[in-house]
Structures are given as C-alpha cells and as structure tokens.
Unconditional design. Structure first.
Length: 147
C-alpha cells in the first residue's frame, strides 16, 4: 500500500488546525464561548488526526524505503533555516498533546481562570507548531532541490 500521500494530508490537517485556532481565538476575544469551544475541539481533532497520520507515514516510510525521513537538499543559509525551523517545531510539538488536552479538560470542567492562564502559553505554542508544520512541508515537498 502506497502511503506517500500522507504528508499532503498532514499539511492540510495542520492548516485546518491553524485556521481553527485563530478563529477560536477571535471568538473568545469577542465573548463567544460556544463557537470558541467548537473551534478548539475541531483544532484538537485535526491535530490528533495529524499525529496519527504522521506516525503511520513514519512507520510506513521506514519499512518501505529503509529510512523514515525525507532529506532536505538545500545548502547554505536555507539549509540552516530549515533545520532551525524543524528543530523548533519538533521541540515544541512534544508539548502540544499535553497542552491541548489540558486546555480542553480545564475548559470542559469550567476552570476558566486556570484555562486562561495555561492558554497564554499553550495557544501560541500550538499555533506555532501548526504553522511551522506547514512550512516544513512546503520546504520539503515544494522547495526541496533535487540531490
């Protein structure tokens, strides 16, 4: 089974999560709690689906191609930029499942002061990880020079 299409799906899932995060932020800033909640649950759903598809693609690629990563072939400054972006993305992505889960739990339990405090950290991290995930995809699959 060819699962080489999954990076494109992953980029779409990250894009959708990003749009829902921004939309949810606008809703809560305007006092619209119900649409905020719906957007954040949607963002968490898309982020969760991304994680599942990412792991499936990672395992598939390792088993079929003998390597789990797509190499970036740029040189010089662009290569340094790519790896800095990738490193920051990975380092922060480790925390997103906990942050998103905790934020949803706090919101569902009505613990709004704690939810708001954690959102000041969790929201920008989650937003950054979703956006940089798309940037990494674009650099690997659209801007990656041939070796």
């Amino acid at each position: 089974m060819d699962l080489s299409f999954l990076p494109h799906v992953n980029a779409a899932l990250n894009s959708a999560a990003f749009v829902l995060l921004v939309t949810g932020f606008v809703f809560i800033k305007n006092g619209r709690v119900a649409p905020h909640r719906a957007c954040m649950i949607g963002a968490a759903t898309f982020s969760g689906l991304f994680l599942i598809c990412y792991v499936v693609h990672y395992v598939w690629r390792a088993s079929v191609m003998g390597g789990s990563h797509t190499p970036f072939n740029g040189v010089g400054v662009i290569k340094k930029f790519y790896y800095a972006l990738l490193l920051s993305h990975i380092a922060l992505a480790i925390f997103v499942p906990y942050l998103a889960g905790r934020l949803i739990w706090l919101g569902a339990k009505g613990r709004y002061p704690a939810h708001k405090r954690l959102a000041k950290i969790g929201f920008p991290v989650w937003l950054y990880v979703s956006l940089t995930g798309v940037f990494v995809y674009v650099m690997l699959y659209w801007l990656n020079p041939q070796p």
